[in-house]
Design a protein. Structure first.
Length: 240
């Protein structure tokens, strides 16, 4: 119970943290990325086994993020059908969330050593852009392929809705790093992070049968309380 409460408080702390990150006044601190990890029993099928990268932007009062571990069945070349460069590309777009997915709202997460003009820093050298021209330039750059994800749709919450989900234990959080976002094995990302955010205790079972102990080169039985059973060879000889 204490672990659940601590996790809930940690996730709720994201709301003021994201608000500070999007504030326009005063010097901006270096953004600190955060992952939301769906709990093991989250019932919503759209977010089941999801890892969401929270973004330092707001849609009005809404919190915004992108699911980073769910490739869609839509190829990037179909998102940009007029690009001859992408004609033979098999890269898949990712399902960023249910909001505006049907209208194919596009965004991209990528790494860059230099701050791009039409992008927002998420943390470190990781940026997000919603600019169609910038996204197209990124996907047509073959050197960017391993450090780029294109998303359709997004995830967003009203703060009160988000608080309710957190109180119900729907989400855990971890500091975000770049490597999981661009992992070659996104299907295993949720399992890796949920085991880190919400580790399950190791169950130690008691043997059903007596064990054996190794004594002077010979195996001897061990009784139920862990004491070696008497050695029959050491018993008193029968009287003649």
């Amino acid at each position: 119970m204490r672990a659940s409460l601590a996790s809930a408080f940690a996730v709720l702390a994201l709301i003021p943290a994201l608000a500070r990150a999007t504030a326009q006044e005063g010097p901006k601190a270096e953004p600190q990325g955060q992952f939301l990890i769906a709990s093991r029993d989250l019932p919503d099928p759209l977010f089941h086994d999801s890892v969401v990268l929270m973004l330092p932007i707001r849609e009005g009062t809404l919190l915004v993020g992108l699911i980073v571990n769910k490739p869609s069945k839509i190829k990037v070349r179909d998102v940009f059908p007029d690009s001859p460069t992408l004609k033979n590309s098999d890269a898949m777009a990712y399902f960023g969330g249910p909001v505006d997915f049907e209208v194919a709202a596009r965004s991209a997460i990528f790494r860059s050593k230099n701050p791009p003009k039409k992008a927002i820093q998420v943390f470190g050298d990781v940026y997000v852009t919603f600019d169609a021209g910038e996204i197209l330039a990124l996907v047509e750059d073959s050197q960017q392929a391993s450090n780029l994800r294109v998303f359709l749709g997004r995830s967003q919450w009203d703060p009160e809705q988000f608080e309710g989900e957190v109180v119900r234990g729907s989400w855990h959080n971890l500091p975000a790093t770049a490597d999981p976002i661009f992992s070659k094995f996104p299907e295993s990302l949720w399992r890796t992070l949920i085991d880190r955010a919400d580790p399950r205790p190791v169950v130690q079972s008691t043997p059903l049968f007596p064990l054996a102990s190794f004594n002077s080169g010979f195996w001897s039985p061990v009784d139920s309380v862990g004491v070696p059973a008497p050695d029959p060879s050491q018993a008193a000889p029968f009287a003649d």
